[in-house]
Ligand binder design. Structure first.
Ligand code: HEC
Length: 168
């Protein structure tokens, strides 16, 4: 009976194995595998960058969604002259707009947005100061000045509608 010089299945398996781990670990020995490894690395890097952007935009949305909540609470606590709670609200707003400011600085090309975020922080800090001085009327007035930055920035840099707002 004619015998195959080798088991063809085994040969096939070996052929498939030839671009195995060793080639990936020593890719320079095989230019084709090296190129393929490099393109996988490039795709992974691109995905990481895209992922980081998506992450910061979803963070951004979280900050924005916290604003009406903190503002509502601040107004309520100023009306009730609850200094400790109102101060905590003002500090949360200030911290949020610090993050918003950093976001726009990193993004670049929108000095006006950076300015709105800076002015919102200044107003939030003023509110906290008013409250610590026991001046709740001034605090209420400064809340209005804080709020004037919301609309200004939204007109310039927000698009879409309720439920599908986007950064522009
Ligand atoms: C520096 C610019 C800027 C300032 C200042 C700003 N916003 Fe925004 N806001 C945006 C942008 C851009 C969007 C759209 C992207 C998004 O929804 O995350 C947005 C979206 C929102 C949303 C919708 C969130 C959502 O997607 O459901 C709310 C609510 C909101 N802002 C409230 C406020 C309030 C309240 C203030 C002021 C206390 C404020 N924002 C100040 C830029 C700003």
């Amino acid at each position: 009976m004619y015998e195959l010089p080798y088991d063809s299945t085994d040969h096939h398996r070996r052929a498939c194995r030839s671009e195995g781990l060793a080639d990936i670990l020593r890719p320079r020995d095989n230019p084709e595998v090296f190129m393929r490894t490099m393109s996988v690395v490039a795709v992974m890097a691109a995905l990481l960058v895209a992922g980081a952007l998506a992450q910061s935009e979803s963070d951004y949305q979280g900050w924005m969604k916290s604003n009406p909540v903190n503002l509502g609470s601040l107004n309520k606590n100023i009306a009730a002259k609850d200094g400790a709670a109102a101060t905590a609200d003002a500090q949360k707003l200030e911290a949020t707009f610090k993050q918003v400011e950093d976001f726009w600085k990193k993004r670049g090309g929108a000095e006006d947005a950076v300015n709105f975020a800076t002015k919102a922080q200044t107003a939030a800090a003023a509110i906290a100061k008013d409250i610590s001085a026991g001046n709740f009327d001034q605090a209420a007035a400064d809340v209005k000045s804080l709020q004037s930055n919301c609309g200004g920035c939204h007109m310039a840099h927000r698009e879409g509608s309720q439920g599908s707002f986007k950064i522009k």
